[in-house]
Design a binder for this molecule. Structure first.
Ligand code: ADP
Length: 198
């Protein structure tokens, strides 16, 4: 079974790290909106500079740009082969845009992983990542702004997916290995349970 999954969580929750692990374990393609944006920025194009102006301030990239980029990638991999989308959708409008993309491919979602960590934990984690990776969107002011944007724009998505019966909550505290084990076990349990119920 080639699953179609999302992972949602605040900045610094460890989404990227865990998303890579889970997609490997399940044999599906990992698609990270943040990574795709950073690639475009590295290309030095006008589009890249435009995207950087949003990201460096901790703001979301406009929906039209983001939706088009994700649509291209989903078309390229064919969603039927399974995927784990990391960092998209991040607004309610993106949720509905994704619904349309997946409907066009007749490929509904199987689960939405919610990786949870408290806000106080986020700032410390991101400041230490800033030292290691030198990401411009990891200064303290920008981090606080990104957390606020998460609560305002992204958290409402969770209610939509909870109502659809797709949400799987995971405690993101602990070592990378502990969270990985917890996550893979719970997500596999959810997916198998859903298959049995069908
Ligand atoms: P993190 O996991 O630390 O939140 P990401 O690498 O997922 O960071 O994203 C970095 C930045 O890229 C975000 O803060 C945002 O500016 C932009 N971005 C990523 N995904 C989206 C999206 N779906 N919509 C709008 N902007 C996005």
């Amino acid at each position: 079974m080639k699953y179609r999954l999302l992972i949602v969580g605040p900045p610094g929750a460890g989404k990227g790290t865990q998303a890579k692990n889970v997609s490997e374990d399940l044999g599906i393609t990992w698609i990270s909106s943040g990574e795709l944006f950073r690639e475009t920025i590295r290309s030095g194009s006008d589009m890249g500079n435009m995207i950087a102006s949003y990201i460096d301030n901790g703001d979301l990239v406009p929906d039209e740009v983001t939706d088009a980029m994700i649509e291209d990638h989903l078309d390229a991999i064919d969603p039927k082969n399974g995927f784990l989308l990391d960092g998209y959708p991040r607004t309610l409008d993106q949720v509905y845009a994704l619904d349309r993309m997946l409907e066009a491919h007749d490929s509904p979602l199987d689960a939405v992983i919610q990786l949870e960590i408290p806000d106080e934990e986020i700032v410390g984690r991101l400041l230490s990542r800033a030292q290691k990776e030198g990401r411009k969107d990891d200064t303290e002011d920008v981090i606080r702004h990104r957390i606020a944007v998460y609560h305002e724009k992204t958290a409402p998505l969770l209610d939509v997916y909870r109502d659809r019966g797709l949400l799987v909550g995971i405690d993101g505290l602990g070592t990378i290995g502990e969270v990985r084990e917890r996550l893979v076990e719970k997500v596999k349990g959810f997916l198998l349970g859903a298959e049995v119920a069908e």
